[in-house]
Design a protein around this ligand. Sequence first.
Ligand code: PBG
Length: 335
Amino acid sequence: MAPAPPRSPGFPERRMRRLRRTPAIRRLVAESRLSVDDLVAPLFVREGIDAPVPIPSLPGQFQHTVASTVAEVKRLLGLGIPGVLLFGVPERKDPRGSGAWDPDGIVQRALSELRDAFGGAVALMADLCLDEYTDHGHCGVLRDDGTVDNDATIELYGRVALAQAAAGADIVAPSGMMDGQVAAIRRALDGGGYEEVSVLAYAAKFASALYGPFRDAVDVHIAGGGDRRAYQQDPANRREALTEVLLDVAEGADMVMVKPAVTYLDVIADVRRCVDVPVAAYHVSGEYSMIRAAAANGWIDGAAVALEQLSAITRAGADFVFTYFADEVAEAIGG
Ligand code: PBG
C-alpha cells in the first residue's frame, strides 16, 4: 500500500473520528465483515444413545443421535448456515480405529441420512481422522514402540475417505497431520470414482492445549498421558506452518485450514497471502469454552466477545470459520 501523500500546508489535520460517527457510516467503511455464509458448525454424533447428551465441557453443545443430527442440521440451515462438520463417537474402539471406515460406522450413517434429507442444500463435511475410533487415542496406528506409523496410517485414511465419500460427504477434512495424507486421500478418492469430493486439509494444525474440551466431547484419552507433539505442529513455528500448507496444496488440497484460530492469526494472514485456495480457520473447543465460562461468571459479554474473535479471524484472512458459536452468531448477525 502506498504511503499517504503529504498534506499541503494549511490543510486541516486528518480526523479519524469522522468516519466513526454513526452506525451507518461505520457499516459503509467496514474493511471486512463476518457473514452467515462464512460459518460452519461442528457436530458430534454418538453411537448407542437414544437422546442427545449435553457435553459438560462445551456448554450448549450436544452429542447427537443420528435423528437429532438431522433435526439440528435443519435448524442450522434455517439460520442460513451453509455447512456442517461431523465428528463420530463410536460405541467401540480398537487399535486401528476401524469404526472410522466401517460403511455402517456412526458418521457414515449420519452422512447418508443428511444427504438424503438435504441434498445439496448443505455442505456436508466429515472430519477424517482415527483418534475418535482408536482405543489408544492417537490419530494413527501405532508401531510396537508406541510411536505413530505415518505410512500405515495414511493408507487407512484412504479407506476412511472412501467410506465417507460413499456415504455422501461433499468434503473430507483430514486432521491427523500425517505426512502425505492429502495425496493418499486424493488418490483413494479418485481411484474410487469420487473425483468430485473435495479435500479440506487441516494443514497447519498446532499441538494445542485448547483441544481439551473437544477430547471430552468425543471421549478421547491419549494412552499413558501422551500428547500429539510428534505429529501436530509446535506453536512456536510460523514458517513451518506455511510449508505445511504449501505441501498440502501441492498434494491436491482444495482448501486449507489453520487451527486453532485466535492464537494463530499471524499464520492465517501468512497463509492467505501465499495461496489462492480458500482458507478456513477453526475456532476450537477451548476458545469456545473459555468465552462461555467467563460469560457464565458475568466477567465478559460472551456474545460480544465471540463476535469480536470471529471478526478478527475474518479480518486476518480466513474465508470461513468452524465455530461452536455458529448458530448464535448467525442469529445475531442475521442470514
Ligand atoms: C482430531 C481433531 C481434534 C479436533 C478436531 N479434530 C482433536 C485433536 O487433535 O486432539 C479439535 C477440535 C476442537 O478442539 O474443537 N480428530
